[in-house]
Design a protein. Structure first.
Length: 541
């Protein structure tokens, strides 16, 4: 059936013209470098490999580490943690952590080890800073220490090994050599915000080059005629005066001005800048720019100071790699892993219930079991996600729903604070497929789910036997196409029927999820637990 699913997807792509790639494009980097939700990047180079870490907030495992040899082909090689356990909110109990969790992780390599610093965007102990360490980027990572909260912070090791944290809007402090405390009296502002900088300067990244320290920050400028931009402060003495310059002020690709990220060098001494740009429903995407050192300043962009449309990869001939992947759920398993091991391209919505999923109970299939009675999708445990991506994308799943119980709801969704949802529902002995529009309301502080508005748009009956359905979601994130998602189903994998809202608009909302839309597979119980679905394959295109 897996080959049939591939055929079915190919038919759908030909019908819609999704994801067309010209052969001539394959050797170049077309900005956005990563047209998917990868905000708050930090990038380092160790030897011949670039490593990138990004924010994924409430998704688990968290703090994905991606690797590339050429700055074009990226793959996820590990995560800094499997789950967070400071509160039952991470388990979708007693509240949620939508839009919270892991933020703006800083990645460093020092004395033969990788180091990562992150601080969840929370108050109280849940917001305390974590410092993790690992012998290699792939892990295993362990918690080294916990410190007070540092907002959008970067860890920095000076040439003599002295560790510092730069954070907030122009704040810094020195850490103890063991990275387990703050040196008393070292907390200070290294610059004061200027009058025209009315918003925060945040997302700090610090590097040292030719004896000069450089702090890169995003500036949210709200003055008339001014735009979001990347600014840089520099000094030769950490205790001295810092100078300031704007190093990037560029719109790109029909979207707004972009900033926040870092710069990284190559083995040959060239430099590149990686910055993110807000792009609506797909999320915040990554762009690649050359860095030109002018009068000692790292100026990003081409000769006009703009993000270029096209760049050559740093190296040629590297194998194709992606961070969003198809999956037939038949990865080799290690005996000690029990229920199996999911590919690193998957993330759960909040902490998973590990007893409620399996790759081994039906080999070659992913089994999702109900484990908790809940009232809606936004409180459902074990919702499994991957990023939607641009310029266009398509995702297909083949689901066996024969073992669902009365009241169970399962399916496939373009998942966000506002979601377009394909739901298989069992009522008694009857099965129905519904396309609905769902929107969640959350409290600002606790992120409690207070309401889920559900508008049923269209529904069709499904057969009890054979209880197999193919579900497909197509996304279109091209400029001017309104971040549209469309929904389809098939009973045989050959003939597709569109269902529900045409051109459903995917929305980015910083007050709720604060992330781009995700392909998501779900299964939850509304009456009693014990049911399950089996997923044969996920195919992306």
């Amino acid at each position: 059936m897996k080959s049939q699913l591939l055929k079915a997807l190919a038919v759908g792509i030909l019908m819609l013209g999704c994801c067309k790639v010209q052969a001539a494009d394959s050797t170049l980097i077309h900005n956005p470098m990563l047209w998917a939700d990868c905000p708050d990047p930090d990038v380092i180079r160790v030897g011949d490999t670039f490593y990138l870490v990004s924010t994924t907030m409430h998704l688990m495992p968290g703090a994905p580490v991606m690797a590339s040899k050429d700055l074009k082909n990226w793959e996820t090689v590990g995560y800094i943690f499997d789950r967070l356990t400071d509160s039952p909110k991470y388990d979708l109990q007693e509240g949620t952590v939508y839009g919270r969790g892991q933020w703006a992780t800083s990645l460093k390599y020092h004395d033969g080890r990788f180091w990562a610093l992150l601080a969840p965007n929370e108050g109280g102990p849940m917001g305390d800073t974590y410092i993790f360490t690992a012998p290699k980027a792939e892990g295993p990572w362990t918690i080294h220490s916990r410190l007070r909260h540092f907002h959008d912070a970067t860890l920095f090791f000076d040439d003599d090994g002295t560790p510092y944290v730069f954070f907030g809007t122009g704040e810094m402090c020195q850490l103890t050599r063991d990275l387990k405390g703050v040196v008393e009296g070292s907390l200070r502002h290294y610059f004061q915000r200027e009058a025209d900088e009315r918003g925060l300067l945040e997302g700090t990244r610090v590097i040292k080059h030719n004896g000069t320290y450089y702090a890169l920050l995003i500036s949210h400028v709200y003055a008339p005629g001014r735009h979001r931009r990347e600014v840089c402060y520099r000094t030769k003495d950490l205790n001295g005066k810092w100078e300031k310059n704007v190093v990037l002020e560029s719109d790109f690709g029909g979207f707004s001005y972009l900033a926040q990220g870092t710069i990284v060098d190559t083995e040959e001494g060239d430099w590149y800048g990686i910055m993110f740009q807000d792009r609506g429903g797909v999320g915040r995407v990554l762009t690649l720019s050359p860095v030109r050192w002018i009068d000692g300043w790292p100026m990003l962009g081409d000769e006009r100071g703009k993000v270029p449309d096209v760049m050559r990869p740093y190296r040629s001939g590297q194998p194709a790699r992606e961070i969003v992947c198809s999956d037939d759920f038949s990865l080799p398993l290690q005996p000690e892993e029990g229920g199996g091991r999911l590919g690193l391209h998957w993330q759960w919505n909040h902490n998973p219930v590990n007893t409620a999923w399996s790759l081994t109970e039906r080999p070659g299939w992913l089994r999702l079991k109900t484990s908790r009675v809940v009232g809606n999708l936004y409180l459902a445990p074990n919702t499994l996600t991957q990023r939607m991506f641009g310029p266009t994308c398509s995702g297909v799943v083949r689901i066996d729903y024969s073992r669902m119980k009365d009241g169970d709801e399962a399916g496939f969704t373009a998942f966000n604070g506002d979601s377009g949802v394909l739901t298989i529902m069992r009522n008694g002995k009857k099965f129905t497929l519904e396309m609905s529009e769902q929107s969640v309301k959350l409290t600002d502080r606790e992120k409690d789910v207070t309401e889920v508005r559900r508008k049923a748009v269209e529904s069709v009956a499904l057969p009890a036997k054979p209880a197999i359905v193919y579900l497909r979601i197509d996304g279109d994130f091209q400029p001017g196409h309104n971040d549209a998602a469309n929904f389809y189903y098939s009973l045989d994998g050959d003939h597709w029927t569109q269902i529900g809202t045409r051109n459903y608009r995917c929305v980015f909302d910083y007050r709720r999820f604060f992330m781009g839309s995700k392909f998501a597979i779900f299964n939850y119980a509304t009456k009693k637990t014990g049911g399950y679905i089996d997923i044969d394959e996920f195919i992306k295109k």
